[in-house]
Design a protein around this ligand. Structure first.
Ligand code: AMP
Length: 431
């Protein structure tokens, strides 16, 4: 199967070739022809399946084929739950549309930043608008944008929008759109509410199911380490160092815990940053950029903040704490093992999380193997917590009493070395 057999035009094929994609992913192979035909699409697909190109490419083709209005009314509206995701979709639209002539105009709008510059930008009109629902409604309220000429609507990560409380806003937006339009809905999981939404929104949709719902990606190897809460930070550090993991996404249940875990990692000379809703947009963007470039080895995130992270082939996901809902576990581990690459998901499970673990195992219909941390001394873990609580950084190197793993660190002098471990793998894992 090649991209050229999907009916895409030469300009788009050239951009796809520039992106280095040799063949369409399964979702692209199904979604692109259906979208080009103008059909509604219902896709069960997680981030990492290539779904963004799956809807962006046909939208670009359809819009560029039609005669367009000088005023550039919004003709494609892409709704998405987080600003990171919105920004990434915006980048994809630019990337895939760069050879179209004339070019289509696109913009990205989300909350948490000033509205005025967005209003100014929208004045000239845009063909494709990527938006988070709340800010879009604000802009509509200010008359900065009209939605009455939308031809294609995309609801990306519909389940997340529901979880994040955006469904009311989404419904309000739906009422502002022309009745006759194409609808594309993407969701990783299908709760009752999402099924209700799809049945009212979509008409005779083409259904695509590339990652069967609520099924953990098969390429992801999953394991559980039993650990008391107090030893978790030391165990996390031990596992990262022992396995020499370089690009690790760690999930915590709260923003506070994300900050604490980040501090523990930093004290152990592991470059780490926290990403969550209390961080400014600038801090989130720079943490993500550092993580993508390999400069930051560990990103510690809450579920909501992590949702928009687009990294190709993220090798390791660690659940420092299990999520509250089993579906979130599926979302989390879906961040690894992407596009056929293998990945691993590790969960640190305290005695009071056993119930959550059982629910997860029920959802994914298998039991997750329990692993032992080789060479880990839980008592040294307590020392770690005690040290950090007292504010006294323990000696650098291996805190568990063993020999230092990297002799280079001995030469580091007073300045903490940013990169203490030899880098054996390439850092270029991001797009
Ligand atoms: P998405 O699921 O849209 O977030 O895309 C996941 C990642 O896969 C992105 O980094 C894309 O650049 C990449 N990607 C999309 N389509 C392909 C393809 N056909 N071949 C290889 N990588 C792809």
């Amino acid at each position: 199967m090649s991209f050229s057999s999907l009916g895409l035009n030469a300009e788009l094929l050239r951009a796809v070739a520039d992106a280095g994609y040799s063949e369409p992913s399964p979702i692209q192979a199904k979604a692109i022809p259906a979208c080009l035909e103008g059909r509604d699409v219902l896709a069960a697909a997680q981030t990492g399946t290539g779904k963004t190109a799956g809807f962006t490419l046909p939208i670009l083709q359809r819009l560029s084929a039609n005669h367009y209005d000088r005023n550039r009314p919004v003709r494609a509206l892409i709704l998405t739950p987080t600003r990171e995701l919105a920004a990434q979709i915006g980048e994809s639209v630019d990337k895939y549309g760069k050879y179209l002539n004339p070019r289509l105009k696109s913009d990205v709008v989300y909350g948490g930043v000033k509205i005025n510059p967005q209003m100014m930008r929208l004045r000239g009109g845009v063909d494709i608008l990527v938006a988070c629902p709340g800010r879009l409604l604000d802009l509509v309220g200010q008359n900065a944008v009209k939605l009455d000429r939308v031809e294609t609507l995309v609801l990306d990560e519909a389940d997340r929008m529901l979880d994040m409380g955006f469904m009311r806003d989404v419904r309000k937006i739906l009422n502002l759109l022309p009745k006759k339009r194409q609808n594309l809905l993407f969701s990783a999981t299908f709760s009752k509410e999402i099924r209700e939404l799809t049945s009212t929104l979509l008409s005779d949709p083409v259904s695509i199911d590339v990652a069967p719902r609520n099924t953990a990606a098969e390429t992801v190897s999953q394991s559980v380490y039993k650990a008391d809460k107090k030893v978790k930070p030391a165990l996390l550090i031990h596992l990262i160092k022992q396995h020499n993991w370089r690009q690790v996404l760690v999930f915590t249940a709260t923003k506070h815990m994300a900050n604490r875990v980040t501090q523990h990692l930093q004290k152990a000379d592991i470059t780490a940053a926290a990403i969550h809703g209390n961080k400014s947009q600038g801090a989130r963007t720079s943490a993500l950029a550092g993580f993508k470039s390999g400069e930051i080895e560990v990103l510690v995130a809450t579920d909501v903040a992590a949702r928009g992270i687009d990294i190709a082939h993220l090798p390791n996901v660690i659940n420092f704490e299990l999520p509250n809902t089993p579906a979130d576990y599926v979302h989390r581990i879906g961040r690894t093992g992407r596009a056929g690459a293998s990945g691993q998901a590790v969960s640190l499970v305290a005695p009071d999380e056993r119930d959550q673990l059982r629910q997860i195992e029920r959802l994914i219909s298998k039991s997750i193997k329990v692993a032992e941390a080789e060479g880990f001394d839980p008592n040294a873990g307590h020392a770690e917590m005690a040290d950090s609580r007292a504010g006294t950084p323990p000696p650098r190197g291996n805190r568990n009493g063993g020999p230092r793993r990297d002799s280079r660190s001995a030469d580091a002098g007073d300045k903490p070395a940013r990169r203490r471990r030899p880098r054996s793998r390439s850092a270029g894992r991001s797009e």
